[in-house]
Structures are given as structure tokens and as C-alpha cells.
Design a protein around this ligand. Structure first.
Ligand code: HEC
Length: 106
């Protein structure tokens, strides 16, 4: 009986951890606060969210490069991507948003 209670506790904690990891990995809400202004409309040359043709060559660079460009900023041939999109998001949050954008662009 006691063993079963411990097991139930452990799986409850594991479930909680999965939920918070899920939230951290979900860049959608950060995207909506920090990135959509340019990436929803394609303003100033920004690749639009879900524009597969525009994203394909970018995705082909690999996610390390995309993470770096989003965090440090990037001057490409289409326009200027400001460091962190001008936001105060952490590296982890930025990488989460980039992964979200990549997922939508595939
Ligand atoms: C002020 C407008 C603006 C904002 C805000 C902005 N971006 Fe960008 N972003 C750009 C532009 C313009 C480009 C295209 C640069 C080019 O390829 O010439 C770009 C390109 C990118 C790329 C592709 C880089 C590559 O190597 O092709 C990623 C990834 C990206 N942005 C992520 C983000 C994320 C994440 C945010 C929010 C934290 C964000 N952007 C906010 C303008 C913006």
C-alpha cells in the first residue's frame, strides 16, 4: 500500500515535469509577444510564419545557425533581424520560438 502511494507520488511529479517542459518548449506565446509584429506580416523582409518557400533555405542552415541569428541578430539580403527581435527574452525562450517558427515553416 505504502509503496503504491510512493509510486503514485512519483508519477504525479513526473507528469508535472512533463507539463512544465511542454510549456517551456512552446514558443507560441513568446512569438505572439516578441516576434509576430514582423514575422506575421513579413514587414521589412521578415520571413512570414508558415511561409514554407521562404523558410526552406533558412531551415537548411540548421537550427544552431537559426538560434544564433535570432539571439545575436542577423543582416541578410532581405532585411535586418534585430538581436532577440528587440525583446528581453532569454536564450532558451528565443530558441523555443525559433523551433516553433521552424515547425510552422516545414
Ligand atoms: C523588427 C522586425 C523583426 C522582429 C521583431 C523579429 N524579426 Fe526575425 N527577422 C526579421 C527580418 C527582416 C528577417 C530576415 C533577415 C534576412 O534574411 O535578410 C528575420 C529573420 C529571422 C530568422 C531567420 C534567420 C536566418 O538565418 O534566415 C529567424 C530564426 C528569426 N527572424 C527569428 C525571430 C524571433 C525568434 C523573433 C522574436 C524573438 C524575431 N525574429 C523578431 C525581422 C524581425
Amino acid at each position: 500500500m505504502k509503496f503504491k502511494q510512493v509510486l503514485a507520488g512519483v508519477s504525479a511529479i513526473a507528469a508535472l515535469m512533463t507539463v512544465s517542459a511542454g510549456v517551456l518548449a512552446d514558443g507560441e506565446s513568446d512569438y505572439k509577444t516578441a516576434c509576430f509584429a514582423c514575422h506575421d506580416t513579413g514587414v521589412a523582409g521578415a520571413p512570414k510564419l508558415g511561409d514554407k518557400e521562404n523558410w526552406a533555405p533558412r531551415i537548411a542552415q540548421g537550427s544552431d545557425t537559426l538560434h544564433k541569428h535570432a539571439i545575436e541578430g542577423y543582416q541578410g539580403s532581405a532585411g535586418f533581424m534585430p538581436p532577440r527581435g528587440g525583446s528581453a527574452l532569454s536564450d532558451d525562450a528565443i530558441m523555443g520560438v525559433v523551433d516553433y517558427m521552424v515547425e510552422k515553416g516545414q
